[in-house]
Each structure stands twice: as C-alpha cells, then as structure tokens.
Design a protein around this ligand. Structure first.
Ligand code: AP5
Length: 215
C-alpha cells in the first residue's frame, strides 16, 4: 500500500505518521527527516541540501526524487510505505507515478491534513523534536513529561533551525506556490481524502484512520 500524507508545514504530518504507518503496517518515509539526517552526517547530499532547507526553500526535484527512490529500494518498504513530505511539487508527483508504474504499483490514498496559516505559525514556534528518535512535542499542546527530554527514549529535545518565524513564513509561501497544487492533482486522480487538522491531535488521528479505511 502506498499512502501519502499531505499538508502545510506544521499540519501534524510527523505527529500522525507513526499512528497511520503502524495501523497500515507500512514503513514511514519522511523526506525532511532524510535531509536532516544527511545534513547531520555531512554527506554530499546533506551539504547540497542544507542551503535550501535553512532558507525554507525546496531542495531541487532531481536531488529529492533520487534520494526518495533510493529509499524506496530498501527492504522495509516491501509491504508498502507512508510518504510524509513527498511529493512536494507536481513534478515530484509525476516522477513518483512513473517510478511506481515501472514496479506495477500506484499511489493508493492521499491523506490531506488541512490547517490554516495562523495555527501553523503557533505550532511551529512551540515545536520540540527528539534528536534521537524524532518524536515531536509542543511546549503547550503536547509537552514532554520532563522539559527537554524525550518521553519515548530519553533523548535530547531541540528546536529546528527552520522553525524561526521568518523561515516559517517563507516555507508557507513555498507551500502555497509549489505544494498546494498537489491537492488538485490528486483530486483529479480521485485519491484525495481530507481531514480537518485543527482538532486535537488524537481526534485528527482518529479521523485519518477513518477516512483511510484503517480504523
Ligand atoms: P519537512 O521536515 O517535511 O517539513 P514540513 O513539511 O514543513 O513539515 P513539518 O515537519 O514542519 O511539520 P509537520 O506537518 O510534520 O508537523 P508536526 O507533526 O511536526 O521538510 C523540511 C524541509 O526539507 C523543507 O522546507 C525542504 O527544504 C526540505 N524538503 C523536505 N521534503 C522535500 C521535498 N519532497 N522536496 C523538496 N524539499 C523537501 O507538528 C508541528 C507542531 O504542532 C508540533 O509541535 C506538534 O506537537 C504540534 N501539533 C501537531 N498536531 C497538533 C494538533 N492537532 N494540535 C496541536 N498541536 C499539534
């Protein structure tokens, strides 16, 4: 099964991905996490991607598509995959459709988490992420039990560089111009399933499982 989580920065894609991928029995693949891992490890891809990620711009399609297709070749994706943060442009969506067609596969469902701009800014300003396991917290909406420490693994929590207010505004502009057209792209393929992302996280998760037929 190939599922896509679509939505603006801060919509809650990372927050919901663990639940949805577990319920569907598929691997969770987040291109943002892959870029951050490459940047941390100072790989050649990471060095090229860093300038774009730091500004809140998209990494060029060519680099991103190559990285994603390499990731899809790993054995843990055999039962399927939940893509989080990919595709981000219509070009990426077309490249994905073509690559899947060669494997006799197709995107099954696109889960779109709809959240307005004001809420996104509030969420990203308070986000804390675990350096070790990637778990996501919010200082007000879902704080960790002990400040600065991950409940799951005891790892250190940090704030992402691209969550600075001016970078968030840039990421929102990029989303509107380059990613939002995917809503119509997948509506046209009759694959788009929309949920209201402005409810509490548990309620959004419940709605996602329901629309995806995974409840
Ligand atoms: P990426 O890491 O994908 O960032 P994003 O899409 O901007 O999404 P976020 O991770 O910021 O937000 P999210 O929706 O996962 O929200 P979260 O669950 O954390 O990409 C980063 C960069 O990498 C891009 O800018 C680009 O440069 C590059 N990149 C990645 N993919 C690319 C691609 N395909 N092509 C080109 N470049 C690419 O939640 C946010 C906060 O809200 C948290 O604090 C959370 O606790 C809280 N929260 C979540 N749900 C709720 C709720 N229901 N109520 C209250 N609070 C909530």
């Amino acid at each position: 099964m190939i599922l896509i989580l679509l939505g603006p920065p801060g919509a809650g894609k990372g927050t919901q991905a663990a639940l949805v991928s577990k319920q569907a029995g598929v691997a969770h693949v987040a291109t943002g996490d892959l870029f951050r891992e490459n940047i941390r490890n100072q790989t050649e891809l990471g060095i090229q991607a860093k300038a774009f990620v730091d500004k809140g711009a998209l990494v060029p399609d060519e680099l991103t598509v190559r990285m994603l297709l390499d990731r899809l070749d790993r054995p843990d994706t055999q039962k399927g995959v939940l893509l989080d943060g990919f595709p981000r442009t219509v070009e990426q969506a077309r490249a994905l459709d073509q690559a899947l067609a060669k494997r006799g596969q197709t995107v099954d469902k696109v889960l779109y988490i709809n959240v307005g701009e004001e809420e996104v800014v509030r969420r990203l300003a308070g986000r804390w992420t675990c350096r070790q396991c990637g778990a996501v917290y919010h200082q007000t909406f879902s704080p960790p039990k002990k400040p600065g420490v991950c409940d799951n693994c005891g790892g250190e929590l940090y704030q992402r560089d691209d969550d600075k207010p001016e970078t968030v505004r840039n990421r929102l502009g990029v989303y509107t111009r380059q990613t939002a057209p995917l809503i119509d792209y997948y509506k046209g393929q009759d694959k788009l399933l929309e949920v209201n992302g402005e409810k509490e996280a548990d309620a959004v998760g419940k709605d996602l499982l329901e629309v995806a037929g995974l409840a």
